[in-house]
Design a protein around this ligand. Sequence first.
Ligand code: SF4
Length: 362
Amino acid sequence: MPQGVFKKLEQDNTLGREDIMALLNLRDPADIQRLFRAARQTRKRVFGTSVFLYGFLYFSTHCRNNCRFCQYRRANTGLERYRKTMPEILRAAGEMARAGVHLIDLTMGEDPQFYRSGFLPLINLTRAVKRETGLPVMVSPGVVPDTAIEGLAAAGADWLACYQETYNPALYSTLRQGQDFEPRMAAKRTAVRKGMLVEEGLLAGVGERIDDLADAIAAMQDNPFDQVRIMTFVPQPGTPMATASEEPASGAGRLTELKTIAVMRLAMPDRLIPASLDVDGLDGLRDRLNAGANVVTSIVPPGTGLAGVAHKSLDIEEARRSVALVSCILKDCGLETASREQYGNWIRERKALRHKTTIGAA
Ligand code: SF4
């Protein structure tokens, strides 16, 4: 069975859902290494050896929601939260830009303050970060009203990131308790209509089956998401899933994350696929790059008081989530940091494709 799908890859490089299932189900270590090799070859064919680097700026850890997997959930009253001021945000963004990232990712929980008083401060913040750094900006705000997305697009936001985490409706409603599936998809459609690029994301190790991952990858293939990711769930203190295993019987967990990165690369060769520093820090970067990722995310400068998501503090104050150390790992993997011009060109070309596509209903 694996031989058939590998042969198909050699011949036409298009993967249907059954092929995706076959690849996700690989168990033999030699087959898995073959999968990773095929993913690296595809990355090289489409993107060469250049990798993009994203600075992660989690500026508000307040949230109105109660996602079961997330330590920033509203009900976690034991958590110390922050909301950074505009000067603090601009200082951190400027530092990331000087260090050499290609993009600033402005992330927040669904901070109730914005829902009470409007999203103008978020829009102004986006404009100011773009002006301060001269870099493309991704905004990861959760589900916000269409008028806010329109304002973000008008302020120059290049990307909207908004993750479903799973395409299994029952699992979705367990994970994202009290939130509907469709408004998250609708936010992405609005962003596309406004000319923004869109990132979609999945969680591994939260009770999903291989079928669920295959369904999600097939859905991602059909939608014009420009960046697609998967991250392994890390159990968080103060949540209902605090004691959940990271490696459940389904085989989900880090190996599933790596296999899924590789399958995403083969199924969607032209999309950006992140290797996050947020799950295993710098030590986990090599494996994710070797599985076919071509973006490094969650670069966070020390001394700014900024947190990560899956791991609040892993490698941050040790200055291990840095452009310099990431660049060393890239070199070891036969890769290199892209130029700013390369990233700017990729964004321009990708946005040009936007006019031809729309996101279908989930
Ligand atoms: S995942 Fe996002 S929306 Fe859900 S609780 Fe955490 S910060 Fe809030």
